[in-house]
Design a protein around this ligand. Structure first.
Ligand code: PHE
Length: 468
């Protein structure tokens, strides 16, 4: 084990960074449109069940593995068993793939701060067209994406406590305050109650196998699980910290922000008579449209909203970049700066391809989808869920139970047999539940070829695990 390993500067710093990783585009950009597209309340209910039964337990497991080994994902798996190295590598691949599309959307958010302030809202009828024209433009979104990636490089290159922790401590509380402000404005609009009903009155008529896979994928994505990110963050955590408590706080914060984003968007959406199933453009089209109808103060609210979105995206993308960087630092003995610069360089290239796939390169498809969707669907619909399942199997069947007990209880006792409940959930319930949901969802999904490709990638990684 590495004596000179970096550590979080404080408990608050860790929580803010881990919550910063969890709270991101997943909560504010993706959660509302997923909920909107999957019928609202029923999706949200299934999502909440997955978050608190599967997500929370997996997060505790990731923290435990990370802190026990003081190693990032790949090293942590390898530490126990060479055969399992592939599960860590799958995490690094997932981080790369998520970073294939994430900075593109991060760039949109950044661009929209400036667009809101420079007249976007003055022509409410054109907001949808403006978004379409913007994301399909061959140059403009690339510039914003690269600026967004550069911000990541600067933060991650500064290291754990100097960069990521400092940024999270300032930016996360700002985000909470901003979102509450917007939510309050939204629910006080006349006609807002229809939006709250859409969010909170369960209607199971639209639930299919896909709904479950979508909700599970969203739970893993939103909590930053199933790809070693929380293993990596846990590896920098001091031995005194109580892991279950920290995991509960992070999970609650993440869920709170997603619900808050829903409360900020849907009541206003219904108040203005718009469509809930607007897709990925939801925040970028509907939110400015909502604010455009509020006059001058709306401009300010819109700009604030996009600052919040950019902040949330940034504290998440740094954690994704850190997973790749930590792998190069821990496993390839690379210097931090060199690791971050080379990682950032490759991400600029995947980001460019991904952004262009929405416009000039839209004719180019891999297994039926464009580059952006390729990265998005593969990670969200398979890699994270299978990654989480692998972690649960690993923790339940490979890691010694007594090591886990020691890690989770800090040597003390836990009330109500909670440790054993958690252990059995991880060992039996999660592997089974994820398998069932994955099969149901994959049978039900349109992109069968892509799904099979994803499974093949995991299989190949598994077979060559001894070489990784
Ligand atoms: N949780 C982040 C979000 O909601 C995305 C993310 C996924 C970050 C996986 C790290 C790891 O936007």
């Amino acid at each position: 084990m590495n004596q000179s390993r970096e550590n979080w500067g404080s408990r608050m710093g860790f929580i803010m960074a881990a919550a910063g990783s969890a709270v991101g585009l997943g909560n504010i950009w993706r959660f509302p449109y997923m909920a909107g597209a999957n019928g609202g309340s029923a999706f949200i209910l299934i999502y909440l069940v997955f978050v608190f039964i599967i997500g929370l337990s997996v997060m505790i497991a990731e923290f435990a593995v990370g802190r026990r080994t003081s190693l990032a994902a790949v090293g942590a798996y390898k530490h126990y068993s060479k055969r399992w190295t592939f599960a860590g590598v799958l995490g690094v691949v997932s981080a790369f793939f998520i970073m294939g599309f994430y900075p593109v959307v991060g760039g949109w958010a950044l661009a929209y701060v400036f667009k809101s302030l420079t007249g976007l809202l003055s022509n409410a009828g054109a907001i949808g067209d403006t978004f379409g024209a913007f994301i399909t433009n061959p140059m403009e979104p690339l510039v914003w994406m690269i600026i967004f990636l550069l911000m990541n490089v600067v933060i991650v290159a500064k290291g754990i406590s100097g960069g990521i922790e400092k940024a999270g401590k300032v930016l996360m509380p700002t985000l909470f305050v901003l979102l509450i402000l917007i939510a309050v404005r939204s629910v006080t609009l006349p006609g807002a109650s229809a939006g709250l009903a859409f969010l909170f009155q369960p209607d199971f008529s639209e639930v299919t196998g896909q709904t479950f896979l979508a909700a599970l994928g969203q739970a893993f994505f939103s909590l930053s699980l199933g790809m070693g990110c929380m293993i990596t963050y846990g590896s920098y955590l001091s031995k005194e910290e109580k892991l279950p408590n920290n995991a509960l706080i992070v999970t609650a914060l993440d869920t709170g922000v997603a619900l808050l984003a829903g409360i900020a968007i849907f009541p206003a959406l219904f108040a203005f008579g718009m469509e809930p199933a607007a897709g990925p453009g939801l925040v970028f089209v509907v939110v400015p449209s909502i604010f455009a109808q509020m006059g001058g103060i709306g401009t300010l609210f819109a700009a604030i909203f996009f600052v919040a979105l950019t902040v949330a995206a940034l504290t998440s993308s740094v954690s994704l970049m850190e997973v790749v960087a930590a792998y190069l630092i821990d496993q390839k003995q690379m210097d931090r700066k060199k690791a971050v610069y080379s990682t950032g360089f490759i991400m600029v290239i995947t980001g460019i391809l991904s952004s262009l796939s929405l416009g000039v390169m839209s004719g180019f498809t891999i297994l039926g989808v464009g580059v952006f969707d390729f990265f998005d669907i593969l990670t969200d619909k398979i890699f994270l869920a299978i990654g989480g399942m692998l972690l649960a199997i690993f923790v339940g069947w490979v890691v010694k139970k007594e090591d886990l007990r020691d890690e989770l209880t800090n040597g003390g006792a836990v009330p109500f047999g909670l440790f054993d409940i958690w252990y059995n959930v991880v060992k039996y319930v999660i592997p089974l539940a994820v398998a069932v949901v994955a099969v149901l969802g994959i049978l039900d999904i349109a992109q069968t070829g892509l799904m099979l490709f994803g499974l093949a990638v995991i299989l190949v990684l598994g077979i060559f695990s001894h070489k990784l």
